[in-house]
Design a protein around this ligand. Structure first.
Ligand SMILES: *Cc1c(COP(=O)(O)O)cnc(C)c1O
Length: 406
């Protein structure tokens, strides 16, 4: 048993789907004196990160970087492009989509929520049908979450783009990639997204604290006419100042050192390899869950998330789910590993295994072993052998072909 006031040996396993573990390389890059944010040394850093981050979003357009959590970037996307009372079409994929909708309401927008069951992604056909009805073009924006972190479901953003095009509707397309950027393939330009919202603490492997808006030319044009009040979030002054590598206010200097390092790491590995690694680890995790005899929350295999797997607790003889939070607590106290809790309506009967960011095969084995031992200690009915299934899945898909041959 881990005593709270004693020093735990070894690293904590932070297997929540964000914040993710910050690798040593990034910690060292940030461990640097804070510099003059109006001086030449900062200017070089500013120009580098502004150029690098565009490659991660796969865009030629500008990416605005805020000293804020992802929620700030959600607000920024709305207040820069919309006016009070505007209708926005949002899709209920889960907890995070619901929070974004509430934020829109508080900003005096009129969100219309297309209902979902929290086990599937965005239904693009439903969006197309709703847009086709809107012949007066009252809907000014469509907002969707790419990777719904509460459920482990990834939506097809290219399909949502096609829905707008098929309906010949001029609404802006706003996408939340807070938990997918740098982990799951994402293409801001190719998919015709107008504002992509993201954050630092998930796929980008940074501490919490900075967030992003990638802005299309169409979104920038909309921002000139949008009437929602904005100051801190206003793109125009930031973009102007960014031209010289600076910000109109104090940027998060040390986190930007980390961002520079994170981009170097992603490019060294290669973005496609990073995405493939996440899919491999997600697949091995699902093999473990199935071997335990437990259910994966996501019901559409085409939408399984590479970032996290949400697991449904089994039911007892009375039809009640075994308690996911008791399981998580057992695992935390005995094995020093944090797992994600079930959020809002999933609370108590779902837990989430994060497998994103700075993560490798043996981190996955440690994670799965911790869950399997926890299931036993918490007396949750399951079949042993999840760890074996995960190991087999990993071994038959080793990422380095030479290593396999040798
Ligand atoms: C984490 C997360 C958020 C919230 O971001 P904060 O940095 O906590 O403000 C929003 N959307 C998604 C999909 C997320 O995963």
């Amino acid at each position: 048993m881990l005593k709270l006031n004693s020093h735990p040996s070894g690293r904590h396993f932070l297997q929540i789907p964000g914040p993710s573990t910050v690798p040593d390389r990034i910690l060292r890059a940030m461990d640097h004196p804070t510099i003059d944010h109006r001086g030449p040394e900062f200017q070089a850093l500013g120009k580098k990160v502004l150029a690098d981050i565009k490659q991660v979003f796969k865009t030629q357009s500008h990416v605005v970087i805020y000293p804020a959590s992802g929620t700030g970037a959600w607000e920024a996307a709305l207040v820069n492009t919309l006016s009070p009372g505007d209708k926005v079409l949002m899709y209920e994929t889960g907890h995070f989509a619901t929070l974004w909708k509430r934020l829109a309401e508080r900003m005096s927008l009129q969100p219309e929520f297309l209902g979902g069951d929290w086990r599937r992604g965005v239904n693009a056909a439903e969006i197309e049908a709703r847009l086709a009805e809107d012949t007066g073009h009252e809907i000014k924006a469509v907002c969707v979450v790419h990777n719904e972190t509460s459920t482990g479901v990834t939506s097809d953003i290219a399909a949502v783009r096609r829905a707008l095009d098929n309906a010949r509707h001029p609404a802006l397309l706003l996408v939340d990639t807070i938990s997918s950027l740098g982990s799951i393939d994402y293409r801001h330009d190719e998919w015709g997204v107008d504002v992509t919202v993201s954050g630092s603490q998930k796929g980008l492997m940074l501490p919490p604290g900075i967030s992003f808006n990638a802005v299309s030319a169409k979104a920038l044009a909309a921002s000139k006419k949008a009437k929602l009040p904005r100051a801190f979030w206003a793109w125009d002054e930031i973009i102007e100042s960014n031209k010289n590598g600076f910000w109109p206010y104090t940027p998060a200097t040390n986190t930007l050192y980390g961002l520079s390092e994170a981009c170097d790491m992603l490019f060294e590995e290669g973005l496609d390899n990073v995405f493939q690694r996440h899919q491999r680890h997600a697949e091995a995790t699902r093999q473990a869950v199935r071997a335990w005899g437990l259910e994966i929350l996501c019901q559409n295999p085409a939408e399984y998330s590479g970032v996290l797997t949400a697991v449904v607790m089994p039911k007892d003889a009375n039809g009640q789910h075994y308690n996911a939070d008791v399981l998580r607590k057992t695992i935390l106290t005995n094995f020093n590993m944090s797992l994600g809790q079930g959020l809002s309506k999933l609370s108590g009967w779902v837990f989430r295994i994060g497998h994103l960011g700075d993560f490798n095969d043996l981190t996955l084995c440690g994670t799965i072993a911790g869950v399997e031992m926890g299931l036993g200690l918490a007396n949750v009915p399951h079949t042993k052998g999840g760890i074996q299934a995960a190991m087999e899945s990993l071994a038959k898909s080793v990422s380095i072909p030479e290593a396999k041959a040798a």
